[in-house]
Design a protein around this ligand. Structure first.
Ligand SMILES: [Zn+2]
Ligand SMILES: [Zn+2]
Length: 362
């Protein structure tokens, strides 16, 4: 979109960030402010910085504040104008899930090549395939497309493509309307990933809108379509194959079985639930002994996922579980409280779909 004077299938006219934000919101893309010069959301208000709470439970939204990043994204033009009047240099984030977008985020970072089996998760790359020259997400995405005999999305001029200041590319697509609900992933994840150095931005994430200027440069729409095209079917199939279709990201705890909701003493906590959670929290806390390389996110995700299952089966009080999880997480990784909240809430949400009876655990 962007930088075209008129026509619904064209883009917004050039202009300041507010014009672009209003243009996007007016077309149904919920927007939220990014910190001036940066690509991360504008800072929360002081209350939200000082207290841990779920974005859904935050009073700021009703007061039309921009706290909690993409959770605050809106199409309400009055709110959008107010935000960019407050700070005309805000960048623009678009909440992918609410906007119905799936954006393929191709990175070009210099990083050592991983094991060849991690280049395209789930696809074995024969030893005879020469990987010389493979350096970035551009290469792995091209490899995936070639493997499926499909056109390379990076060259797909039928949809909006945006060059990022770091030399990467965002390929914007419309999510299937009645199809799977795709979630975000990172290309470096060992669990859900499309390809090495290729992230997926969908439900649970946001994307920097074209024309946004950061200290590193401008997000610039490339020649070709200025609006997102429908996600190609083969890419949708790849996203399903690689686990992006909204299934719980955490592995189900060992031997947990589905149990009907409401069994146990709903909302009371059973003591057993607390004990199960306690051992998982110990693992999370232990990550605090080392700043990295401890699989912290996975451990926290697993603990939150289990806690969600215990809540659903009535063995744990949700507020209490959440508080314990955040306490343990912030103790081990105090510099990333926002990320901790995201991991905990996603894990709880996914876990609630799978009630757990403590004695069924190994
Ligand atoms: Zn706030
Ligand atoms: Zn808040």
């Amino acid at each position: 979109m962007l930088v075209h004077p008129e026509g619904p299938s064209q883009g917004v006219r050039g202009g300041g960030p507010m014009d672009v934000a209003v243009w996007l919101a007016g077309r149904g893309y919920p927007v939220h402010p990014l910190a001036p010069g940066g690509k991360t959301p504008a800072a929360n208000c002081r209350d939200c910085r000082e207290s841990e709470h779920a974005p859904e439970a935050c009073p700021c939204r009703a007061e039309r504040r921009w706290c909690h990043g993409f959770h605050a994204a809106t199409t309400d033009l009055r709110t959008v104008r107010e935000w960019w009047q407050t700070e005309p240099d805000f960048g623009i984030g678009v909440a992918c899930g609410a906007a119905g977008l799936v954006v393929i985020d191709v990175d070009a970072h210099s990083a050592p090549l991983p094991d060849r089996q991690r280049l395209l998760p789930g696809i074995a790359i024969d030893d005879r395939v020469d990987l010389t020259g493979l350096r970035s997400g551009f290469d792995t995405l091209a490899l995936l497309a070639a493997h499926r005999s499909r056109p390379n999305p990076c060259e797909d001029a039928s949809t909006l493509r945006v060059r990022t200041p770091s030399g990467g590319m965002h390929i914007w697509y419309r999510a299937p309307k009645d199809g799977p609900r795709f979630r975000c992933s990172s290309g470096s994840s060992s669990r859900v990933a499309l390809a090495w150095q290729v992230d997926v931005r969908a439900i649970g994430g946001y994307i920097v809108a074209p024309s946004t200027r950061t200290s590193a440069g401008v997000y610039e729409a490339l020649p070709g379509a200025r609006v997102p095209a429908a996600l190609p079917l083969w890419l949708a199939a790849e996203l399903v194959r690689t686990g992006h279709d909204g299934q719980p990201v955490a592995p189900a705890p060992a031997r947990a079985k589905r149990a009907p909701r409401g069994r146990g003493r709903q909302g009371q906590g059973s003591g057993q639930g607390d004990r199960v959670l306690a051992s998982l929290l110990e693992e999370v806390r232990a990550c605090g002994l080392s700043p990295s390389g401890t699989a912290f996110s996975e451990k926290l995700n697993r603990a939150a996922f289990t806690a969600g299952g215990l809540v659903a089966a009535g063995h744990l009080v949700e507020e209490e579980g959440r508080r314990l999880l955040l306490e343990a997480a912030d103790g081990a990784r105090p510099h990333q409280t926002r990320r901790n909240v995201l991991i905990v809430d996603a894990g709880l949400r996914a876990g609630r779909e799978r009630p757990i009876q403590p004695k069924e655990r190994a």
